[in-house]
Design a protein around this ligand. Structure first.
Ligand SMILES: Nc1ncnc2c1ncn2[C@@H]1O[C@H](COP(=O)(O)OP(=O)(O)OP(=O)(O)O)[C@@H](O)[C@H]1O
Ligand SMILES: Nc1ncnc2c1ncn2[C@@H]1O[C@H](COP(=O)(O)OP(=O)(O)OP(=O)(O)O)[C@@H](O)[C@H]1O
Ligand SMILES: [Mg+2]
Ligand SMILES: [Mg+2]
Lengths: 254, 254
């Protein structure tokens, strides 16, 4: 069971879009996938058509009251793909998790206790380096960092790298990270320039696959389905499929 | 002294870009402007070329230790425009502010005690509805909500509207809000459709001025200057100038 946290403090870099799209393409490739929505915005849950206001139990209940993960996991209508949804109560988790003993391990404990049988678990994080994101990075095998080739997004990597160093020392020595270039516009000079700089300074730390601007990714959340269901042959569907293949190959090697 | 909080829980909708651009265009129009960076990412401070790691004191010190705002305000090199910068210590504010008595009033008290003499104060908020954003909304006369014409950004308005109602009841009955359409691409069908829907459902709550996609806005933070200094005649410079005029006219009427 390989656990991927999808995180970047910078807002709007396609964390949620990557979680739902990669989840769907891994499922299409026959892998059993659990998506965990850790953001109070609940955008991942919305992307899959979940009526967030009607949820009886969400991930925040599991984290704060230690109810089993299995009681909140629900189907998505897509074969091999299930979801642990979020709602506004996740705002409470940011404030009340730190009161618990060893709060950093809450999510890891939840996953272990549930004795789950998935090939992949993907965790969508909020745009904030707090208690919730800490839990995801402590639980993860891989930190995937969606990054736009723009100044603020690249600057955000500094604090995230400091966090990775600290988490490796204190909780999760095996944590690996990989950057994913998202919302890339090949006609834009700044994008081309900064993405070259990223590949040079991070060497093997940047995934081969990159995701270009594709308006079908803006449309699919409105339809409540992943982009490969909404527009199976659009460019971003192909790119997220090759991302899934790159991840599957990476996991098999390690 | 008119105080504007620029906030939206949704990440990447141009909160920071709007704060620095509107601040600069108000200053260009002869108004004395203070910008307050309330985000641990410190993107507003970066946009003005501040070396964030070398700061002796930032806004978090003022909020947590009640040191005077005047000791942290610094020049920006642009006439009529000064800044209260942020740094990574703002992550602590999210966790430790709620311990203080009446923590929601920390920023309002800071502004009152400093006995400042500005025409406008603009506050750039993090993409998270927590203690820091609460402080900004309690202190503000106007909440400006940068909004992309995209599904998640529009969905985020629901929780922000709930917050506005609660804040009006408990702390700040005069709080008014206005949506600002940002990163608008007139060639994109989803953008055109959703922006029409926004204008209909929010009636007078949407500012006339809207900001279109303009790559000069991605370049100016790299140069450490506002877009009107980097590219004075580009489309977004004109649009942010007309936003400044719209705000000045609104403030004079009220
Ligand atoms: N490759 C792409 N092409 C076009 N639009 C995209 C692409 N990827 C994401 N988007 C759109 O950009 C916006 C931001 O993406 P998304 O919400 O997934 O980012 P996020 O990092 O999860 O944001 P937050 O920080 O708020 O959690 C969304 O409206 C999404 O539909
Ligand atoms: N009108 C525009 N045209 C093109 N790019 C833009 C425009 N407005 C903002 N941007 C770019 O989009 C990205 C997001 O903008 P910005 O960082 O200001 O959003 P934000 O809401 O402050 O994000 P966060 O939620 O992380 O604080 C930045 O890289 C910025 O340069
Ligand atoms: Mg998201
Ligand atoms: Mg910002």
């Amino acid at each position: 069971m390989y656990k991927i946290a999808i995180s970047n403090e910078k807002g709007g870099v396609a964390k949620t879009t990557t979680t739902v799209s990669l989840g769907a393409t891994l499922a299409e490739a026959g892998k059993k996938v659990l998506l965990i929505d850790l953001d109070a915005q609940a955008n991942l849950s919305l992307s899959l058509g979940v009526e967030v206001d009607r949820l009886k139990a969400s991930i925040s209940k599991a984290l704060l009251d230690s109810t089993s993960l299995t009681t909140i996991i629900q189907p998505t209508g897509i074969p091999n793909l299930v979801l642990a949804p979020s709602n506004h109560e996740m705002r409470l988790a940011e404030r009340f998790l730190p009161i618990q003993h060893e709060y950093e391990l809450a999510l890891s404990r939840l996953i272990k206790l549930a004795d789950l049988d998935f090939d992949y678990i993907l965790m969508d994080c909020p745009p904030f380096l707090g208690a919730v994101t800490l839990n995801a990075l402590v639980a993860a095998d891989l930190l995937m960092i969606p990054t736009q080739a723009e100044y603020f997004s690249i600057y955000a990597l500094r604090s995230l790298m400091n966090w990775v160093r600290r988490i490796r020392l204190q909780y999760n020595p095996g944590l690996v990270y990989r950057l994913l270039l998202t919302m890339f516009d090949r006609r834009n000079r700044t994008h081309r320039l900064l993405s070259e700089q990223l590949r040079t300074s991070f060497a093997g730390g940047v995934l081969e696959t990159y995701i270009e601007i594709d308006t079908k990714l803006r449309e699919s959340p409105i339809a409540g389905v992943p982009v490969i269901s909404h527009a199976p042959n659009t460019r971003s569907s192909m790119q997220y499929r090759s991302l899934a293949q790159e991840i599957i190959a990476y996991v098999q090697e390690t």
